[in-house]
Design a protein around this ligand. Structure first.
Ligand code: KG4
Ligand code: ZN
Length: 375
């Protein structure tokens, strides 16, 4: 996977991700999907062939713009999406050596996410669909994350277990078939990524927390502190990270009051270990108890090096096939939306131009609309 990066005048990072094996030639029966993603602070567009081959993958990341505020500012995110969206789509088409005429459908994330941010992508996709007459497909953001696994693992097919860990979600899901999910566990409070972001802020690493803790943890001792790992008695696959977060915050306050110097790396490593061990143990247990020998991970936190290492080790020990996307496909991108959309397209799912952004869209309970264009 080759990534070309360019920092623009406004601080936005423009990335073009190429996997080197893509082929823009369209044979009869091939399905080319133009996919759009704008649910949070990445404006992204991609062209995906037959759900698994990425012809282009453009990401315009606003992270640097939000860093000074310590988190994503929704208004700024929406405005930047408006500015960057057309450029991303143009770049995605041009890198795939295609025009809108060659595309079979346009897909877009319509939830969950920040409503203003989602609306930019949804409006753009509807406009393209209206202008070109091409079918419109709405994609659930988390389905996109799960589907990122199909891109580099051409052999991966449902059923399998997937651990989805992002800034807004921590779900343990059985992917029963394409687009069919059974949620067997989820967080009771903070999402895993949210816990990373909050702890990073508290120990002075700043935003975005996940990658910074990941980096700091490599220099620290994971056994320096024992932070609690919550187990929920009546829901063994659910997660809870708020107790762990409070425990880290208490430790930091105590250390401050006693005038002790905080070892960021040790706190980061010990915190990361506590999160990762819970995620891995729940996922492995689910595979064993539900009888699946394939386990995938997805979402921004799936790019965490500690999680990837421990999950790989435990999968090997338990004879489970482990699947994970490259880190750049774990965080928000449009190629994953194109991968998910392909299977919807094949099922005949078509959205009308009344598609709306749904900020709290639940997984597996999508507002699917099979009605025709313009209804
Ligand atoms: O999937 P994503 O890009 O956006 C959402 O859908 O939320 O996930 C973003 C989250 C953030 O909380 C970020 O801190 C976390 O993923 N993250 C990481 C790492 N990279 C991103 N967490 C832990 N380790 C990482 N290397
Ligand atoms: Zn995401």
């Amino acid at each position: 996977m080759k990534i070309d990066k360019n920092v623009e005048d406004d601080g936005v990072i423009f990335m073009s991700i190429k996997d080197g094996n893509s082929d823009a030639v369209k044979d009869s029966g091939d399905v080319l999907i133009l996919a759009i993603e704008s649910s949070c602070d990445e404006t992204a567009a991609a062209v995906v062939k037959n759900g698994r081959e990425v012809l282009s993958n453009i990401i315009s990341s606003q992270i640097a713009l939000h860093t000074i505020y310590g988190g994503v500012v929704p208004e700024i995110a929406s405005r930047k999406h408006v500015e960057k969206m057309n450029g991303c789509i143009r770049a995605a088409l041009s890198e795939a050596h295609l025009t809108l005429k060659d595309i079979d459908a346009v897909a877009v994330t319509y939830g969950p996410g920040l409503v203003g941010a989602l609306l930019v992508g949804v409006s753009e996709a509807k406009a393209i669909s209206f202008a070109t007459g091409k079918p419109l497909i709405g994609v659930h953001h988390i389905e996109g994350h799960i589907s990122a696994n199909f891109i580099e693992n051409k052999d991966l097919e449902p059923p399998f277990v997937c651990l989805v860990v992002s800034g807004g979600h921590s779900h343990l899901v059985v992917v029963k078939d394409y687009g069919e999910y059974e949620i067997i566990g989820q967080t009771r409070d903070d999402a895993a990524g949210e816990a990373f972001d909050k702890v990073a802020r508290a120990i002075g690493l700043g935003y975005p927390g996940g990658p910074k803790i990941d980096k700091a943890a490599r220099e620290g001792n994971p056994d320096a502190f024992t932070f609690p790992q919550a187990q929920i008695p009546d829901a063994e696959y659910d997660f809870s990270f708020s107790g762990l977060k409070s425990s880290v915050l208490n430790y930091i306050n105590q250390a401050k009051m006693q005038g002790q110097e905080l070892d960021q790396a040790d706190v980061a490593a010990s915190f990361q270990k506590a999160v990762v061990e819970v995620l891995v143990s729940h996922a492995i247990k689910a595979c064993k108890e539900y009888g699946y020998n394939k386990l995938a991970i997805a979402g921004g936190v799936a790019s965490n090096s500690g999680l990837r290492e421990l999950m790989e080790k435990e999968c090997k020990a338990n004879k489970i096939q482990f699947y994970r996307p490259s880190p750049v496909l774990c965080t928000d991108n449009a190629a994953m939306i194109g991968a998910a959309a392909y299977y919807e397209y094949k099922k005949g799912v078509r959205f009308g131009l009344d598609m709306n952004a749904v900020p709290n869209l639940p997984l597996g309970d999508r507002e699917r609309k099979f009605h025709g264009r313009g209804n």
